[in-house]
Design a protein around this ligand. Structure first.
Ligand code: GLA
Length: 726
């Protein structure tokens, strides 16, 4: 619900459990006055204490009032160069070379339904649900018009934000920084959580108390990256999984981003999030406009767990699209870790045959099926089938797989080109590189310049041809390097600063076209595992390969961190062979199954090479997953341990929305002699109800307050509990 109070000049956004307020002050400055637990009403600007603070200047209109300063007032969208020395939301090189942006209120509108953003992914509602607030601001001296967009989706406690900037002046301007969101908090001692990591160690939560200065997380790699994720949380210092206030913020964007938390001289906090200003310069001719990616904010006063669950539901139901978003995904087997580049049609069929017999439903053929592609040194860009490996092309192979009663899926990496490819020989300028300067290679490949229309058309045409050439029901869309040598032969010198963002818009344009033309196709995103695991991609691909690291123990950490924002339904997770090809660790087949069952669930090995007992275990896993997939995909997720802390076991659970059923996964992490045996306390059940847990009946209250005594497990052993109300 969005309320404008004419008397108080406040606009208040209410969700089910939160309120968010802004106030139009007497100088036309839009102040941010509150974001927290839901309030009945009131004007929260009365809490702002005005003082004459040294070195905090006063705008002209303030006259002799030295207590009025943009530097100390909480701002809804911070100005630049006019007295607010904290993190700016917007930086502009104006036509006359000046850079001042001082935004004042013009008007606002409130309407039913949530806004959409042309060419950009965004949360959506169906049937006109949700509400939109647009607040128009103006810099009176340059004519720069800034419209703040807010979407309210009450049941998820979700408030989305975006910004539209229009050059209403006489000359061209250059935007060099556009934050999608700016959020000021009153004085306090909060913690900041970001998701750091690396290739194979994606989304490791980093939690720190804020101290004076600016803390940032971001990417300048052209993608959202393995190293930092476009997501952050500000929370009470003592917030836990189940208690305390948490403000989560995710950017619906897949390219360079910047998330920053400034802890000010007065211990107030300013969060901003948007496109990374690194090499960003967007030229706006008079009358032109620029739209920033969407930022999504969720507030919880019941700790981090509740915040995550709200993100999960909102992302799954109102960001992901298509028929697969809430339905059971086929249990797949992928040949990558089984064969790498060395396979042919018979090998793929032999993997599929055994897989089909134990209940696997889809065979995915990974990298190596096209062009000259026997290693990662060549072939990208030439999307013609390698007939030596696959005689007759994709159709006969897909048919053989279909004849086994299985679906057929395919790996592609459309955004890339190998130097050793016909495409590169024909169009070297289609790859990012600066003429006369040696290029920087990544995985021995180059990135196609998706800012160019003919490149996007080439990619789209090839994808279309491939997808129509056989019965392909799934695509794994990969992207295996970071961007360098970012220069486009098609753009003039004064527009080269637009490339990073135009690249992302190009990716979205192609994905959108595929989504429309092949609405039933299931697409799994991927970027060397989880290098582009973000809300932007999830609008087009309802699942994303979470990491190239398939080691079950490492996956516990990766999936734990991922769960802070992203739902299990989005997490591509497979059982692979041991010793694991990345960590060389050996874990039991059962454990690998329990861990992969906390995601989309699939396999990534040659089942012909495992023992009969292991194959029997695989059959059991699949039969079991088919009985509980709905809990994993659509249930509420609870983190029961923290794998980054010294805890003996790791545990998590999925609970059905009606609390009738649950699935608990437990893995023994570290074993020490003569160990302590903490009990496992469950969450999210009905304390008044009784539940059958693997055959024995307990009270919901007992399970949650006293806990379960775990069996004695060896290191890396796992146990799963199926829980049902009696
Ligand atoms: C990336 C992916 C892997 C696999 C390879 C193929 O690394 O993350 O799963 O598809 O590419 O080259």
């Amino acid at each position: 619900m969005i309320r404008f109070d004419e008397r108080l000049n406040t606009i208040t956004l209410h969700t089910r459990s939160s309120s968010y307020q802004m106030k139009l002050d007497s100088n036309g400055v839009l102040l941010h006055t509150y974001y927290g637990p839901r309030l009945r009403g009131g004007d929260l600007s009365t809490l702002i204490q005005k003082e004459d603070r040294g070195f905090s200047p006063n705008p002209y209109e303030a006259g002799t009032d030295r207590t009025y300063s943009l530097d100390t007032l909480p701002q809804e969208y911070s100005s630049n160069g006019a007295g607010d020395f904290r993190t700016p939301s917007l930086e502009v090189d104006c036509a006359d070379g000046s850079h001042i942006v001082d935004l004042r209120y013009v008007r606002h509108t409130i309407r039913e339904g949530k806004y959409a953003l042309e060419g950009l992914p965004a949360f959506y509602t169906e049937g006109g649900e949700g509400q939109t607030l647009e607040v128009e601001l103006l810099d009176r001296y340059t004519g720069l018009e800034v419209t703040l967009l807010y979407g309210v989706m009450e049941e998820y406690d979700l408030i989305t934000r975006s910004v539209r900037i229009r050059n209403g002046g006489q000359g061209a301007v250059q935007l060099t920084r556009v934050m999608s969101v700016c959020l000021d908090f009153p004085a306090g001692s909060p913690d900041l959580i970001t998701l750091g990591g690396a290739y194979g160690r994606e989304r490791e939560p980093v939690r720190m108390p804020l101290t004076q200065g600016v803390h940032t997380a971001g990417s300048v790699r052209g993608t959202s990256s393995h190293q930092q994720n476009p997501f952050m949380v500000l929370c009470d210092h003592d917030a836990t999984e189940d208690s305390g206030c948490c403000w989560g913020m995710a950017l619906v964007y897949s390219g360079n981003f910047l998330a920053s938390a400034e802890y000010t001289q007065f211990h107030e906090t300013r969060l901003t999030m948007g496109i990374n200003p690194y090499r960003f310069a967007w030229r706006l001719e008079p009358g032109e406009q620029f739209v920033a990616p969407e930022a999504a904010m969720i507030f919880s006063d019941h700790g981090l767990g509740q915040m995550s669950r709200q993100f999960h539901k909102a992302i799954r139901c109102n960001l992901c699209r298509g028929p697969w978003k809430n339905s059971r995904r086929p249990i797949l087997i992928n040949n990558w870790e089984a064969t790498f580049f060395h396979f042919n049609a018979d090998k793929i069929v032999s993997i599929a045959e055994t897989a089909g017999k134990v209940g696997i439903e889809m065979m995915v053929m990974d990298d190596g099926w096209f062009g000259k592609r026997d290693s990662d040194f060549s072939g990208l860009g030439d999307w013609n089938v390698n007939e030596k490996k696959l005689p007759g092309g994709l159709a006969p192979l897909a048919q053989r797989i279909n004849d086994l009663g299985m679906k057929f899926g395919l790996w592609v990496e459309p955004e890339m080109v190998s130097e050793d490819s016909d495409l590169y020989r024909a169009h070297p300028d289609w790859a990012f590189q600066v003429p006369g300067r040696p290029m920087t290679r990544g995985r021995s490949q180059l990135v196609l310049d998706l800012t160019r229309q003919e490149v996007r058309e080439y990619i789209l045409e090839n994808l279309r041809t491939t997808l129509k050439s056989a019965h392909i029901e799934y695509v794994k869309w990969d992207m295996n390097r970071s961007l360098t040598d970012v220069w486009s032969a098609r753009l003039p010198a004064n527009r080269q600063g637009e490339i990073y963002h135009r690249y992302v818009l190009g990716v979205y344009e192609i994905l959108e076209a595929i989504h429309r033309e092949f609405p039933d196709l299931l697409i799994e995103g991927c970027s060397g595992g989880g290098g582009r695991f973000d809300c932007g991609m999830l609008h087009y691909t309802p699942q994303i390969w979470c990491s190239d690291n398939t080691d079950a123990m490492d996956r516990l950490r990766i999936q734990y961190g991922t769960s802070f924002c992203y739902p299990c339904a989005a997490v591509g997770a497979h059982v692979s062979a041991t010793p694991n090809c990345m960590t060389h660790r050996t874990t039991p087949m059962h454990t690998r199954g329990v861990v992969a069952a906390a995601g989309t669930f699939g396999y990534e090995l040659d089942l012909n090479e495992i023992t009969d007992e292991e194959l029997e275990e695989v059959r059991r896993q699949i039969t079991h997953f088919k009985t509980c997939w709905d809990l994993v995909l659509r249930g509420d997720y609870y983190r029961l341990s923290n794998p980054f802390a010294e805890e003996p076991f790791q545990a998590w659970m999925h609970v059905s929305p009606d609390k009738d059923r649950a699935l608990v996964g437990v893995v023994m992490d570290k074993i020490h002699a003569n160990p302590c045996r903490p009990r496992l306390r469950l969450k999210g059940l009905d304390p008044q109800a009784d539940y059958r847990v693997n055959g024995t009946v307990y009270g919901g209250d007992q399970l949650m307050y006293a806990g379960l005594a775990l069996p004695v497990l060896d290191e890396y052993e796992a146990v799963q509990y199926d829980i049902e109300k009696v």
